[in-house]
Design a protein around this ligand. Structure first.
Ligand code: BES
Ligand code: MN
Ligand code: ZN
Length: 511
């Protein structure tokens, strides 16, 4: 898709279709008013006759509207003006793009990006519009022998801004939005790929591709390397599988050489059967998404590299299958993790924490500025929060705040849950330093508490994305979350770096 930004009046655009909004009930938006005037009340007549109420999600496609230079005008219902907020804005853009794509014109000029959204500026509106547009057009048909092609697909989108002075900010926001959407697409493609294609070896290969494309540093540890390091809880999960595990490290160096890295750790279970503690059959296919954390790390690194952020970011992905078999771990087995702490594996289906704990110990060597792990870790998190927000845990309030804010800005939200010591009691074991499960109560929290035992040396946050990373049912598919949250977090860190640089420049000037 080709994108551009423009500022100008709607009736003068030469386009296959221009898109303007109508509020409920029957109130033309500003750009619709402008068209209406040059069209001698064509739109207001239509609206008065009841052809367009302005209901959210409704559309009306008009051809050869007098007084305009475009082939078509698409009216998009926006709902009540007073209730027009972030979600409504996003939905309006999605409706516009979907309709444009089905309409048959090659290009569209969208004026909805001029609509005021409370507390949000032009940067937010353009970034979001870009992300939503690409999200709306995303398809995963790699594995279909016959692709359902749209007959005349949309090729070019123009977003309009109200003032010329907004153009520079809008151009930057467009580039950022495209990078984020590209990262999200990478995540979705990897996560949607089934377990027989997307194995640990495949993820390692894709990491190589990414490293080559963007000049990232890369290291892939093999089973023997992990044995030397003592990553025994990771290896314990892998021992039931015929697929060899991989431990992937990707380094993006956009910051000063001495700047401490932000480390992202992603759970990469390419298929989670539960192991000997086998899962029930219904919806087990969805456990191909158990590498969504890993995919989000790759996606975020790609977006970061595309935006050339002035940060050092390291992505770490422990990846394996979780399978039953003659060689698999058994409930009750005790294993010594890389940290030296011993773990009694009471349930082989609580495997995510077992691979993450060794990864979290491993990243100590980077002296990280902070560590964020991303994992489809617990069904309990889905029970607690549903699919609207991700679960957030942190051993540092500042870091938690930053991630919550990033989620708000990205409209990819998270909600903080407690990490209090009181919950640690559930992990007591009679035979090892800790068990890998607690009781049925507070399962998302005890899982996070388990990880907390491996993260005392740095600022750390944990995102449980079991409910948000993919959808089940009819709309089954990866959502690309939390790539928007993570990239907005890094954009926030970038602003901080730039503020610091400016401050020190000013200090030098004074001296
Ligand atoms: N990958 C699952 C968590 C999961 C469940 C993600 C449902 C998405 C949807 C994880 O490895 C797991 O099986 N967790 C267990 C932990 C339990 C045994 C303590 C769970 O949530 O049931
Ligand atoms: Mn599991
Ligand atoms: Zn799992």
């Amino acid at each position: 898709m080709e994108f551009s930004i423009k500022s100008g009046s709607p009736e003068k655009q030469r386009s296959a279709c221009i898109v303007v909004g109508v509020f409920q009930p029957r109130k033309l938006s500003e750009s619709a008013e402008v068209i209406d005037q040059s069209a001698k009340q064509y739109l207001s007549d239509l609206v008065r006759r009841g052809d367009m109420e302005g209901k959210a999600g409704s559309t009306l496609l008009l051809h050869n509207v007098p007084g305009t230079l475009s082939d078509r005008v698409l009216l998009v219902g926006l709902g009540k003006e007073k209730e027009f907020r972030e979600k409504e804005y996003r939905n309006a853009i999605a409706t516009a793009v979907r309709t444009l794509n089905e309409t048959g014109g090659f290009d569209g000029t969208i004026f909805l990006t001029e609509l005021p959204v409370k507390k949000r500026d032009v940067t937010w509106r353009i970034r979001q519009a870009t992300i939503i547009a690409l999200e709306t057009l995303y398809r995963f048909d790699q594995l279909k022998s016959k692709k359902e092609d749209v007959r005349r697909p949309l090729r070019k989108l123009t977003f309009c801004v109200a003032r010329r002075s907004e153009l520079p900010a809008a151009e930057l926001a467009l580039a950022e939005g495209q990078a984020i959407a590209d990262g999200q697409k990478l995540m979705k493609d990897l996560a949607n790929l089934p377990g027989n294609y997307c194995t640990p070896t495949y993820l390692a290969e894709q990491a190589q591709v990414l490293a080559k494309e963007f000049g990232l540093g890369i290291e892939v540890l093999e089973r023997a390397d992990m044995e030397k390091l003592g990553m025994n809880t990771l290896l314990a999960v892998a021992q039931g599988s015929r697929q060899p595990p991989k431990f992937i490290v990707l380094k993006y160096q956009g910051g000063k050489p001495d700047a401490k890295p932000i480390v992202l750790v992603g759970k990469g279970v390419t298929f989670d059967t539960g192991g000997i503690s086998l899962k029930p059959p219904s919806e087990m296919d969805e456990m191909k998404y158990d590498m969504s954390g890993a995919a989000s790390v790759f996606g975020t690194l790609k977006a970061t590299a595309l935006m050339k952020l002035p940060l050092n970011v390291i992505g770490v992905v422990p990846t394996t299958e979780n399978m039953p078999g003659g060689g698999a771990i058994k409930p009750g087995d005790v294993v010594t993790s890389m940290s030296g702490q011993t773990v009694e594996i009471l349930n082989t289906d609580a495997e995510g924490r077992l691979i993450l704990c060794d990864a979290l110990t491993y990243v100590e060597r980077f002296s990280p500025d902070c560590v964020v792990d991303i994992a489809t870790l617990t069904g309990a998190c889905v029970v607690a929060l549903g699919s609207v927000v991700s679960g957030l845990f942190a051993n540092n309030d500042g870091l938690a705040r930053e991630l919550l804010d990033a989620g708000q800005n990205a409209y990819d939200r998270a909600w903080q849950l407690p990490l209090w010591d009181d919950y640690q009691e559930q992990l007591k074991s009679n035979f090892a330093d800790m068990a890998n499960i607690g009781t049925r109560m507070g399962g998302a929290i005890t899982a996070a508490c388990f990880l907390a035992r491996y993260t005392s040396k740095f600022e750390w946050a944990h995102l449980d994305v079991a409910g948000t990373a993919y959808r089940g049912g009819e709309k089954k598919g990866s959502t690309g979350r939390p790539v928007p949250l993570l990239t907005h977090f890094l954009l926030g860190r970038t602003e901080a770096v730039q503020r610091e640089a400016k401050k020190s420049r000013n200090q030098k000037k004074k001296a």
